[in-house]
Design a protein around this ligand. Structure first.
Ligand SMILES: [Zn+2]
Length: 487
């Protein structure tokens, strides 16, 4: 099969055009320019806002003028990842895409940008095709979804007029998305003073590793171990039973990842070495059993390490506050959804503990929920834990969620269109992670939204691939929905 033979031809023609234009996140200038020429060439009204978001409108087809306006939305940027062997330059080079024998489209050594290029291509194909039947259409293109949701955040009220929005950024054909989680993050800070290692103490290095980790939203309900929580549990129990002091304690890294590794320096009164070792063995055995189905690779070590003169411990009072704080800080699923079985509604991630310069310890956390009030409530729980431990705390920029509405009219219409076309039921889902849709609701609270797309695997990695057949089904569904929207 050649590129020209790919169907639907319109989508693949524009997908090819988009691949020629560099469009990394925060580098959308050229693709915006392309949209402007496109609109001029086809005589379509276009407007841009200060952030760089673009809206191209198309009037209704004949006889459909009284139908409601539908907004179709994609994001203009792509994630730029390449294999280490590749010298591809994302600022200048086109994406080198090809048709693989197994029915997928891939790119040579780089991300493909089907996320969200195929959504953009579908919008353009729709905008130019005069044979299609639909009401008024507004195609919204947002910037910088991947690295900051910048365009969606900056979108002003009144920029678009439609009350129904179809987001084209989903990656599983046959699945309809009707909700996402909002997020917020809180960092707690402890200041400490250093103290020398007391006489008569021995030093141990304690480590946790081998955990799977994963995304703090998508994977939070998989029962995987959190290295910071596991290390804290050992240190807290030991602190209650023995005279221990701790030095550097680090674990986790990104706020949106489950902590996979942690380590701590432990000083113990020499008379209690045996007690420490016993506690460690008990702890190790307990955790091994607890994770024996969900995170089997865990490794924990406790090894004596030589005393050196430069070893510093944190002061006793801060140590106590820090360990109580980390022990009390919740982690994991807080609530499951009552409207969407199987969906995590609310969760929190104890993401990291880091010793940074100027004798400070940072504790990173992030909270998610599809229900806005529940998101703030779990954030306030973490906030209260930090306050009790007398840590300073700081909230990061949050983003709102999109609460699933199982009675949404656009959902009912899309479901029946899907059944009519493919004689099977689509799956209706929501995700426990952020989407632009949540942000749109801030300025457009009346929006009725749905998200669907063709099948894309391994997005955000050089293994990204697009299922060719699923593009045709995605296109047929889109046209059927546009035809069917009445009020
Ligand atoms: Zn995307």
């Amino acid at each position: 099969m050649t590129k020209q033979e790919l169907q639907p031809a319109g989508i693949f023609k524009y997908f090819g055009d988009i691949c020629l234009i560099p469009h990394a996140s925060k580098h959308e200038k050229e693709i915006i320019h392309f949209l402007k020429s496109f609109a001029a060439e086809h005589g379509l009204p276009i407007k841009c806002d200060a952030a760089g978001n673009v809206l191209i409108s198309k009037p209704a087809s004949k006889g459909m003028e009284n139908r409601p306006t539908i907004v179709l939305q994609s994001h203009l940027d792509m994630v730029c990842e390449k294999n280490s062997s590749s010298n591809h330059n994302f600022d200048t080079d086109p994406i080198d895409w090809y048709i693989a024998d197994d029915g997928w489209i891939k790119a040579k050594d780089t991300t493909l940008g089907a996320d969200c290029g195929i959504g953009i291509a579908a919008q353009l194909a729709l905008l130019v095709d005069k044979s299609l039947v639909h009401g008024p259409i507004e195609c919204l293109f947002t910037i910088d979804e991947e690295t900051g949701l910048t365009g969606a955040k900056a979108l002003e009220s009144g920029f678009m007029t439609g009350n129904i929005l179809i987001n084209l950024d989903s990656e599983d054909e046959g699945e309809l998305f009707i909700g996402c989680a909002g997020g917020v993050d809180i960092v707690g800070t402890f200041d400490y003073t250093t103290e020398p290692l007391p006489e008569g103490y021995a030093l141990f290095q304690y480590t946790v590793s081998g955990l799977i980790g994963g995304h703090s939203g998508d994977d939070i309900n998989r029962g995987r171990g959190n290295a910071v929580k596991i290390a804290t549990r050992f240190l807290w129990q030991t602190q209650q039973a023995c005279n221990i002091r701790i030095g550097k304690f680090t674990g986790g890294n990104l706020r949106n990842a489950i902590a996979r590794e942690a380590s701590a320096l432990i000083a113990v009164d020499k008379s209690q070495i045996a007690a420490l070792t016993q506690l460690f063995e008990k702890h190790q055995a307990e955790i091994k059993i607890e994770l024996s189905f969900s995170d089997v690779g865990i490794q924990q070590t406790l090894a004596e390490t030589p005393r050196t003169t430069d070893i510093c411990l944190i002061d006793q009072a801060t140590q106590t506050r820090l360990l109580h704080c980390l022990q009390a800080c919740p982690h994991g699923v807080i609530a499951m959804s009552h409207t969407m079985p199987g969906l995590v509604e609310t969760s929190t991630n104890l993401a990291s503990v880091k010793f940074v310069e100027n004798n400070r310890i940072l504790v990173g956390t992030s909270q998610r929920s599809s229900v806005e009030n529940a998101k703030y409530n779990i954030a306030h729980t973490v906030d209260a834990v930090f306050r009790l431990a007398r840590a300073e705390l700081k909230y990061g920029d949050g983003y709102p969620g999109w609460a699933p509405n199982v009675n949404s009219p656009i959902l009912a219409l899309t479901k029946s269109a899907y059944q009519r076309l493919f004689h099977t039921e689509p799956e209706v889902k929501a995700i426990h992670a952020g989407l632009e849709c949540g942000l749109f609701l801030e300025k457009y609270p009346q929006l009725d939204m749905i998200s669907f797309g063709p099948t894309i695997k391994n997005a955000h990695s050089p293994d990204e691939k697009l299922d060719i057949q699923s593009v045709e089904k995605f296109w047929l569904l889109l046209l059927e929905v546009l035809r069917g929207v009445k009020s």
